[in-house]
Design a protein around this ligand. Structure first.
Ligand code: ADP
Ligand code: MG
Length: 254
């Protein structure tokens, strides 16, 4: 007799083992026209992807759908083959480091050091190891001197770097960043690009309207416009297409 094995994930697993798979996603805020009208794309291991689009095009809304903070009206999302739905969120979020557009949403402990050790300690990392990791990250982001200060004693740019350190402390395999350069001066924008290029993550998706910076950090671009993704391709040739970008609300030279 043939033996039957029960696989509890069989009904939710995606046969295509992409890192992120989005199929026909539709999302509307209550009583409004959908912001995301029909979104489909696949992100694979090794991809560094820019999510471009004018202010209000739905970049943050799309990222929040990916990590399950918002529930789409229709369509499906898989992360590492797991269908994103309320019951799979704890599992899905273990892979993902997500930086909110507003870093204040991410820092809530009395000191920055505690903010950065909070996640790892929650996952059972021994305190001494968590503190070592946090101090290394603080050094990477030039924040050693601020370890014992609270987030509201930092500048906007420093808060952004501290929030990123708190995310990286969890050693995510998928990194999703929403406008990570907000509040950073050119020197820190360059430094952040260098840090991101060295990270050993499996896949990175970065929403930003800073096209030249995205060109340094990512290889592929998704452009969000009119609730759809009219462009999905290599970023460098796209950055030369000034006219196309202008029509999509992303002027390069002005
Ligand atoms: N909480 C909300 N309620 C209603 N509409 C919203 C809300 N948040 C965002 N929107 C609208 O959704 C659209 C997309 O917003 P958002 O995803 O923040 O765009 P982006 O990140 O590209 O600037 C905008 O038109 C915005 O006004
Ligand atoms: Mg946004």
């Amino acid at each position: 007799m043939k033996s039957l094995t029960f696989n509890p994930q069989a009904s939710t697993s995606n046969p295509h083992a992409a890192v992120v798979e989005v199929q026909n996603l539709v999302y509307a805020y209550s009583r409004q026209e959908p912001v995301l009208q029909d979104i489909s794309f696949t992100l694979n291991s090794g991809d560094r992807v820019a999510l471009m689009g004018a202010t209000g095009s739905g970049k943050s809304t799309l990222l929040e759908n990916l990590i399950g903070l918002k529930q789409p009206q229709s369509g499906k999302i898989w992360i590492n083959g797991i269908h994103v739905e309320p019951k799979t969120l704890p599992q899905v979020r273990r892979y993902i480091g997500f930086a909110f557009q507003d870093a204040n949403d991410q820092l809530f402990m009395p000191t920055i050091l505690e903010d950065i050790t909070f996640g790892p300690r929650n996952y059972g990392v021994p305190p001494a190891v968590a503190i070592d990791r946090a101090r290394q990250l603080l050094a990477d982001f030039g924040l050693e001197a601020y370890a014992n200060r609270s987030a509201h004693e930092l500048s906007g740019g420093q808060r952004r770097l501290a929030a990123l350190a708190a995310i990286l402390a969890l050693e995510p395999t998928i990194l999703i960043l929403d406008e990570p350069t907000n509040g950073l001066d050119p020197a820190w924008r360059r430094h952040l690009a260098q840090v991101l290029l060295k990270l050993p993550v499996q896949m990175m998706l970065i929403a930003s309207h800073e096209l030249q910076w995205l060109g340094k950090v990512t290889q592929r671009a998704l452009v969000l416009s009119g609730g759809r993704i009219p462009i999905d391709g290599q970023i460098q040739p796209l950055l030369q297409e000034g006219k196309t970008l202008d029509q999509l609300g992303l002027p390069v030279d002005w």
